[in-house]
Design a protein around this ligand. Structure first.
Ligand code: P6P
Length: 339
């Protein structure tokens, strides 16, 4: 059977670059290097059940090499490749406390913040997991970047996206001109355009939250979720609950099928008063994608995620993200306008 000639992600990147006469090709190069890292991670994740890379590190594989935990493997794969790509000047990773420098002499004009393998606690139970990335232009003039190059609001993002390692491996990203999805054909090792110009459905009867934390939420959040669960045929309630416990998988469902995802702040863990999710490499890139797809992302007091100026690398924020009208309705409850 003759395989249909698909549009590869490289063609999409190059066509987008050609549309911008002033483009230097560095962003294209950066994305291309990230895609190579994604393919390497995807192959490892898909082998996880077979190549004894599940679970803790410290084991050795048949070659006698130390087997790394998948999230350590993913982190090392991205940071080693990107450090010598020549396109970035500094990185931060969910796996590392401090900023990650790039190879001397290989400093570029962008910065990279990433979660190498979000949802990694789901690996052992074969639930979809993912890599999330966000890219800013550097602010410092030259040389190695610094933390201020990274602490930029999502409104200044140049590009953001994720890879989801699920029933198929997909790359979903935006450079500010809509959101496009590519599916990996492992038989040829190429990402082919499968979801062009994704628009998040304006409304949807799905909500996605860990209700186990219900009693730790503030009253406005409880009131909102109670509203979604109330029986009211006219407004199509109760909504259906879908919660995977893997941000990339839960967000991807919302992007394609619509709905609202919430990770509110709670009083469950005094060390995490602002919820669990990180701003720089979880909430901000997802908010960028959501708005590019016509959706919206706010904190649980109604603040637009993309407007938040980060103050710390790993700061956490509450996240309410999804179909615009659903998030706007949630804002009514969360700001006390609709108790
Ligand atoms: P909880 C995965 O560990 C993660 O960081 C996100 O991917 C996911 O949305 C969240 O935590 C799930 O957290 O508390 O519901 O298990």
């Amino acid at each position: 059977m003759k395989r249909p000639l698909g549009i590869t992600v490289h063609r999409q990147i190059m066509e987008s670059q050609l549309l911008h006469r002033q483009a230097t090709g560095e962003l294209s190069g950066l994305l291309t290097e990230l895609i190579v890292a994604a393919k390497i991670i995807s192959a490892e994740v898909n082998m996880a059940g077979l190549a004894d890379v599940i679970g803790v590190s410290g084991k050795t594989n048949i070659q006698g090499e130390e087997v790394q935990k998948l999230d350590e493997f993913s982190n090392n794969t991205i940071k080693r490749r990107m450090a010598r790509s020549g396109y970035i000047c500094v990185m931060t990773s969910e796996e590392e406390d401090d900023i990650i420098p790039v190879k001397e002499g290989f400093e570029g004009k962008y910065t990279l913040a990433f979660d190498p393998l979000d949802g990694s606690s789901n690996i052992d139970v074969n639930v979809s997991i993912g890599t999330i990335f966000s890219i800013h232009r550097r602010l410092s003039p030259s040389g190695q970047g610094d933390i201020n190059d990274l602490l930029q609001p999502g409104s200044e993002l140049v590009a953001a996206g994720y890879m989801i390692y699920g029933s198929s491996t997909m790359l979903v990203y935006s450079t500010g001109e809509g959101v496009h999805g590519f599916t990996l054909d492992p038989s040829v090792g190429e990402f082919f355009l499968s979801h062009e110009s994704i628009l998040m459905p304006e409304q949807s009867k799905y909500f996605s939250v860990n209700e186990g934390n219900y009693n730790y939420w503030k009253p406005e959040m409880r009131n909102y979720v109670d509203y979604l669960k109330a029986i009211d045929q006219e407004s199509g309630r109760p909504y259906s609950l879908r919660y995977i416990g893997s941000l990339v998988a839960d967000f991807h469902r919302n992007l394609i099928a619509g709905g609202i995802f919430l990770y509110p702040c709670d009083t469950k863990n005094k060390c995490k008063p602002y919820g669990k999710l990180r701003l720089l490499y979880e909430a901000s890139p997802m908010a960028f994608l959501a708005e590019q797809a016509g959706g919206l992302a706010v904190t649980d007091d109604g603040t637009r995620i993309l407007d938040i100026k980060p103050t710390e690398l790993h700061q956490r924020v509450p996240l309410v993200i999804g179909s615009r009208s659903e998030v706007e309705m949630a804002q009514q409850f969360l700001t006390g306008c609709n108790s």
